[in-house]
Design a protein. Structure first.
Length: 185
């Protein structure tokens, strides 16, 4: 390959990579994320299985996606938000998908992460639990160095709220009102 072709290929790769990453934008569809390595944890009886997960799967309900690292430090980043949802909303009025970035986990803790995910799935069987083995969501959704994001979509799959990290006290009230409005609660 000639030096000119090598440079052209590198420029194409850089351009392609940077155009893939796009932060979720309110009023637009969510940039598509497909996770095939690990993916969604499903449960049938006492049996668990991972299947591919796609953010484009229609929900026909208000959909909340919380994305964060599979670390002890990150596990409670959205706890005030999810506690609020449980306390203030009727079950089934919103679908929550939790996507854990396994790439952020401390080496050797994968078994612990999977075990905790299974416990959470048993406690919340209707919620979607996803392991992102390679941290693809961080790049696809431009989640930055912290690698956390909260996305609220309407029933049509249009992003209505996006935040890097945990919402503050004012944003908690705003997101609750938004979800109630979108779900008709």
């Amino acid at each position: 390959m000639t030096p000119l072709r090598v440079i052209a290929a590198l420029l194409l790769a850089i351009t392609t990579t940077s155009s893939v990453a796009s932060a979720p934008t309110p009023g637009a569809p969510l940039p598509s994320l497909e996770i095939t390595e690990r993916g969604e944890l499903t449960m049938e009886g006492d049996d668990f299985e991972f299947i591919p997960w796609d953010s484009d799967t229609p929900r026909n309900t208000v959909h909340v996606i919380q994305y964060f690292g599979a670390t002890l430090g990150d596990r409670d980043v959205f706890k005030p938000f999810t506690d609020m949802l449980e306390a203030k909303l009727e079950p089934g009025s919103v679908h929550v998908s939790t996507v854990l970035n396994l790439d952020a986990a401390v080496w050797g803790t994968t078994g612990f992460v999977v075990s905790e995910l299974k416990k959470n799935k048993q406690q919340h069987p209707s919620a979607t639990m996803v392991l992102d083995a390679d941290g693809e969501g961080v790049d696809t959704w431009a989640l930055g160095e912290a690698g956390t994001g909260l996305i609220i979509m309407d029933k049509a799959g249009i992003v209505r709220y996006f935040s890097l990290g945990s919402p503050d006290e004012n944003a908690l009230a705003t997101t609750l009102e938004l979800i109630k409005t979108l779900s008709g609660s």
